[in-house]
Design a protein around this ligand. Structure first.
Ligand code: GLP
Length: 268
């Protein structure tokens, strides 16, 4: 796990956008793993800017989102499909037919839908770069604490904390889903590269559990310690509870010249 600490969230987003640019230049038909939440919004703005400047194209790429609420209409402004279309897909040249979310409505079997999503990812050659945020309780996707580290795409109950954390996005009186389909932790770990973004003080504890804590289903993000190519991009606030900041900074400086020479996606 490589940890890079930036002054602020704009710099985090800028660096993350450069990673996507590098990947798509190397492999225009890349399979991207995408995420929702407030954290990636700045990154999506940067990607749209790069597309408008013709520095990046998604025309041959495919995308798989981490999660989607159970039994939600895609026209519902709280659906993750709506979020992705309005924040990114409608503003770039990706073919909407190549953008996938793990959907399941009340008439479908969640088990079958999960298997179908896993198979689709395989058909597209697996995920090259998976983008992640992190929940304040250490969740990734909607893999809440105690999720199996071997889990695959499936239906999950959200914790009261996650429901509370996400309630800011719903109008008063609007019904808020309590179930979601999510890629599993093993699905996420299958990605060739992972980039996790965390910004703000509210994420500081989860970040320190992920980086400095022991591998445990109680902090699903700690599973990334098992992944060979994960880069964690933090702002100062999210990094504030890390125990070994100076060491991480030293490693980052050492790596910089290697990355400059060989690029980040050397094993692609
Ligand atoms: C949500 C999503 C996650 C996201 C996390 C943090 O519930 N399922 O994929 O990373 O919570 O969201 P935010 O970036 O808004 O803090």
């Amino acid at each position: 796990m490589q940890v890079l600490i930036f002054e602020n969230k704009q710099k985090v987003a800028f660096f993350a956008a450069q990673l996507f640019k590098e990947l798509l230049q190397l492999k225009p038909a890349a399979t991207l793993g995408l995420a929702t939440g407030s954290t990636p919004i700045e990154l999506y703005k940067e990607l749209v800017k790069l597309y408008e400047k013709k520095e990046i194209s998604f025309s041959k790429a495919a995308s798989f989102n981490l999660d989607e609420y159970y039994d939600i209409d895609e026209g519902n402004r709280n659906s993750y499909r709506y979020f992705m279309n309005s924040m990114l897909f409608e503003k770039i040249d990706i073919n909407l037919k190549n953008t996938y979310l793990p959907t399941c409505n009340q008439y479908q079997n969640p088990g079958q839908q999960g298997k179908h999503y896993e198979a689709l990812i395989q058909e597209c050659g697996g995920i090259d770069l998976q983008l992640l945020g992190i929940g304040a309780n250490g969740h990734i996707g909607f893999n809440e604490p105690t999720s199996s580290l071997a889990s695959r795409t499936r239906i999950k109950s959200l914790t009261p904390q996650t429901i509370q954390d996400n309630s800011r996005l719903f109008e008063k009186g609007e019904s808020q889903p309590q179930l979601a389909m999510t890629m599993g932790i093993a699905t996420i770990l299958d990605a060739k590269y992972i980039v996790l973004l965390a910004t703000g003080e509210v994420k500081a504890r989860a970040v320190s559990d992920m980086v400095n804590g022991s591998l445990s289903a109680n902090c699903p993000a700690s599973a990334l310690q098992m992944h060979p190519n994960t880069i964690v991009l933090l702002d100062e606030a999210a990094a504030s509870q890390l125990k070994n900041k100076e060491y991480l900074q030293w490693v980052a400086n050492q790596n910089e010249s290697i990355v400059k020479k060989h690029g980040y996606f050397k094993d692609l």
